[in-house]
Design a protein around this ligand. Structure first.
Ligand SMILES: [Mn+2]
Length: 298
């Protein structure tokens, strides 16, 4: 059995669709995860299994510990477009990275020699430059699924969507309309909250916007709302959560300008790329602390 680990976003879902197309829709094990959780996801996936077989990883930046974890599998094909250089080389772990590609789906399409309308859709969504209704619809469906479901259930729903997209029969997507409506109502309230609660700062001539929240939010929505009142150099989202009885701060970084947001993500032990990055810190991260970090790094 083939195992796939892919990013829990539109690019990750579409990369999976392309792979499914490549293997004729065969049954596989799928895990949707994030760069920060990748190593844990891999470790979890090997428990009580004898024949690990092939592992495919899409749209997830890694580091040496994740590579070593992946290396437990018989062979690994790792396709990504984030800005990172693998620290170790192993003969059975093939890592294909193209940071110039607009999406991992683009790299996957080239690697598997699959041409599909889905690649352009992934490009539009991943660069937050949605031009077509179908791209907007797919982005809304994934946002709505992540809003409505969690854990195993979300995993099943996202795989189902990837299989529907694989067929490129977009009329199937009409079934999501009702859920999208509920999600849109929630989004309206979120936008209101963003306009009211985002705090602005100026450090070293950089315009910084910080939004604190207790629940995960679609970061592109925040970025789009903030752009209504001019370009922001550094957008920071602080998501405060409790995990296993301890505080965790999930951080997201974006920019409307040329500021390299990968730098601050790395400072907090995270990753991503120059325009979009994130980190997860096992502690409470406060606004003054972030501003200090910006002052130090830029
Ligand atoms: Mn991507």
């Amino acid at each position: 059995m083939i195992t796939v680990m892919t990013h829990m976003d539109a690019d990750g879902v579409i990369s999976l669709s392309l792979f499914l197309k490549k293997i004729g829709g065969a049954r596989i094990r799928v895990y949707f995860t994030s760069p920060v959780q990748l190593r844990d996801t891999i470790c979890h996936s090997v428990i009580q299994r004898r024949d690990l077989g092939e592992l495919y990883i899409f749209d997830l930046a890694g580091e040496h510990r994740a590579i070593f974890a992946a290396a437990m599998y018989d062979s690994v094909t790792w396709i990504d477009h984030h800005q990172w250089i693998p620290e170790i080389e192993l003969p059975h772990v093939k890592i294909i990275i193209d940071p110039k590609a607009k999406s991992a789906a683009e790299v996957a399409g080239r690697y598997f020699k699959i041409d599909s309308k889905l690649i352009d859709i992934a490009n539009q969504i991943d660069t937050n430059n949605v031009r077509e209704d179908m791209a907007e619809k797919i982005r809304m469906i994934i946002g709505a699924l992540r809003w409505k479901y969690h854990g195993k259930e979300l995993n099943i729903k996202l795989e189902k969507l990837a299989r529907e997209l694989m067929m490129e029969n977009f009329s199937l997507l009409e079934d999501y309309n009702e859920m999208i409506e509920g999600y849109e109502n929630w989004l309206l309230q979120l936008k209101e909250k963003i306009r009211k609660e985002t705090k602005f700062f100026n450090v070293k001539g950089m315009k910084i916007a910080i939004f604190e929240t207790l629940e995960s939010v679609p970061v592109y929505v925040l970025s789009n709302v903030l752009s209504e009142s001019g370009k922001v150099d550094l957008i920071v989202v602080l998501i405060h959560k409790i995990s296993r009885g301890k505080p965790v701060t999930k951080m997201e970084f974006r920019t409307h300008t040329d500021v390299d947001v990968l730098k601050i993500a790395k400072f907090y032990g995270g990753g991503g790329h120059k325009k979009a990055s994130g980190a997860s810190v096992s502690d409470i991260v406060t606004i003054p602390e972030v501003l200090n970090a910006v002052d130090l790094l830029y």
